[in-house]
Design a protein around this ligand. Structure first.
Ligand SMILES: NC(=O)c1ccc[n+]([C@@H]2O[C@H](COP(=O)([O-])OP(=O)(O)OC[C@H]3O[C@@H](n4cnc5c(N)ncnc54)[C@H](OP(=O)(O)O)[C@@H]3O)[C@@H](O)[C@H]2O)c1
Length: 519
């Protein structure tokens, strides 16, 4: 191509299917729950669908004693239990690339074993020196592991790439997140660090950008002139399950709002990016966070509500309160529900409140974004029933889809108005289940595309926004916990967050309301 020819940016508007380079994924914490439940089922599916090269290999690294064969069999159980049926011929090819090292990841001398196994895989399976390091371990192990990788010369391979994936929590407040980012950056460059937020791997979340920017009819009304307010809900029917020790330290604000819900908010509110590359999309999301009116601890009572569930009923079954759950302090001050009101002070959104709500043991399992439009003048219809405003609901899970609520005339001689829905459902329109979020994200990491991962800037801005609330809640233990019964929509105080004339939605019963963990 001559220097004067205009080059067409090929991947700006669409993301084409590609296959990653050969590589080895090293999973620290390979004996754990995440590896078995999410990671192995996802990589097995990628392998089965030929989305990773046939020589793709995995090294499990954790302290539990296991042979290579025991690891393979443990992983097969995981794939069968959490992924689906395993085809024996495909499994045998996949399992040929699985190795296991039983070692303490904090001990630098153990990394010689890792170097040895990686060299062997490069030699025998042609994995080319490329590495993905997945830190499926508690956060206290992140830094010892990355430092040991650096000391072993495994962080910056020559003529090959190395990337590291870390799981939330990315710190527990602004200071700790900054310290973590700072330490990580001493070992890996920012473009090597993939902070996974599995919400971003969901088709419905990615579809938000297509819905907004590939259609001519929604974007012109997606602003303060037409939108009254936005509600983002992540409701679980499950309680704390077997994660009490983690949850006691985290609570709903840290566990859901600081990461997943801020991601949903920024994708709902961001300006159209000029391209779909990681840098551009992530910069637009950061702009939204920077435009949110900062809050101080004193604002907390006016802009945030916390709750903790007491005993109640879920699906007709009695369940205990949070303080009675195994592993939970009987006087726990941890919130299992958080609702927050935020204002984005830019030209598109000034004056439009964004309400975020997340909780456990709520009435229904549903994650959705509801954009409520301003009411038109209705004098024409005086005397008919109250006419609800238009609403667009993006259902993230379950029953993925988008609904538009509008008013229609009831059949008959009188002018009676009723609200009706136009409903798009992924399952019926495309006739296929969405891929697991981890499949998409692991593949993107292998392809070197961090668009759907959280940047350090995003994480730190998220913490700087919420840290004052966390401090206020820590300094003033809730006098009224538990303040909502399991199986309800949370504490009554959440209603008071709403401006005049606004109220929380009750996401409607879905066809597929299984009690699966919040994903
Ligand atoms: N599970 C989920 O669904 C989920 C969801 C979101 C985020 N996460 C995050 O993903 C990471 C892994 O989750 P997980 O549920 O798999 O955790 P996990 O089961 O508690 O731990 C994973 C593995 O890490 C190793 N480990 C535990 N404590 C360690 C220590 N002090 N030093 C060194 N190694 C240690 C253990 O292996 P050995 O004892 O064999 O060494 C364990 O099997 C965590 O950061 C978690 O917060 C998990």
């Amino acid at each position: 191509m001559s220097a004067t020819t205009l080059e067409r940016p090929q991947t700006d508007s669409v993301r084409l299917e590609r296959t990653p380079d050969p590589c080895v994924m090293v999973i620290f914490g390979a004996s754990g729950d995440l590896t078995k439940r999410k990671l192995l089922p996802a990589v097995y599916m990628l392998f089965k669908e030929h989305l990773v090269p046939p020589n793709f290999s995995i090294v499990g690294f954790s302290r539990s004693p296991m042979s290579d064969d025991e690891f393979r069999s443990h992983m097969r159980d995981g794939v069968e239990e959490f992924g689906g049926p395993v085809d024996t011929a495909t499994w045998q090819k996949f399992a040929a690339g699985l190795r296991y090292i039983s070692a303490h990841p904090h001990h630098p001398e153990e990394y010689a074993k890792l170097t040895g196994v990686l060299s062997e895989l490069d030699r025998e399976r042609g994995t080319g020196g490329n590495r993905v390091y997945y830190l499926a371990v508690p956060p206290s192990s992140f830094l010892p592991i990355v430092r040991n990788l650096q000391a072993a010369g495994l962080a910056q391979p020559e003529q090959a790439w190395a990337r590291v994936i870390i799981e939330k929590p990315f710190g527990h407040d602004l200071e700790s997140a900054q310290a973590l980012n700072c330490e990580l950056s001493k070992v890996f460059r920012e473009e090597q660090i993939y902070r996974i937020d599995h919400y971003l791997g969901k088709e419905t979340v990615q579809n938000l950008l297509v819905f907004r920017f590939a259609n001519g009819i929604f974007e012109p009304i997606w602003n303060r002139r037409y939108v009254d307010h936005v509600q983002i809900t992540a409701a679980e029917t499950l309680g704390v399950e077997n994660r009490a020790s983690y949850y006691e330290e985290a609570g709903a604000l840290r566990d859901m709002v600081q990461n997943h819900m801020l991601q949903l908010l920024t994708m709902t509110a961001m300006e159209p990016p000029v391209a779909f590359d990681a840098e551009t999309v992530r910069a637009e999301k950061v702009k939204v966070l920077r435009a949110i009116r900062p809050l101080c601890s004193e604002d907390t009572p006016h802009c945030a509500v916390r709750g903790q569930y007491g005993p109640g009923q879920i699906g007709g079954e009695k369940v205990v309160g949070y303080r009675q759950e195994p592993g939970v302090d009987p006087n726990s001050n941890t919130e299992t529900f958080a609702a927050v009101k935020l204002h984005i002070e830019n030209w598109r959104w000034a004056g439009v409140p964004f309400y975020l709500r997340a909780g456990k043991r709520l009435a229904r399992h549903a994650t959705e974004i509801a954009v409520q439009f301003r009411q038109p003048p209705l004098r024409l219809f005086e005397g008919t029933h109250a006419i609800p405003p238009n609403l667009i609901v993006v259902r993230i899970q379950p029953d993925e889809g988008i609904a538009l609520r509008f008013s229609a005339k009831r059949p008959g001689p009188a002018t009676r108005v009723r609200d009706v829905n136009m409903d798009f459902r992924y399952s019926t329109s495309f006739g296929m289940a969405s891929a697991n979020a981890y499949e998409r994200l692991l593949l993107d990491c292998m392809l070197g595309d961090p668009s759907l991962f959280a940047s350090s800037r995003f994480v730190e801005l998220g913490w700087s926004l919420l840290t004052p609330m966390l401090e206020a809640w820590k300094n003033h233990p809730a006098p009224d916990f538990p303040n909502y019964a399991a199986g309800t929509w949370g504490p009554a105080a959440a209603d008071k967050l709403m401006d005049y004339g606004q109220s929380w939605r009750s996401p409607s019963q879905s066809d597929d309301d299984a009690a699966t963990p919040m994903e």
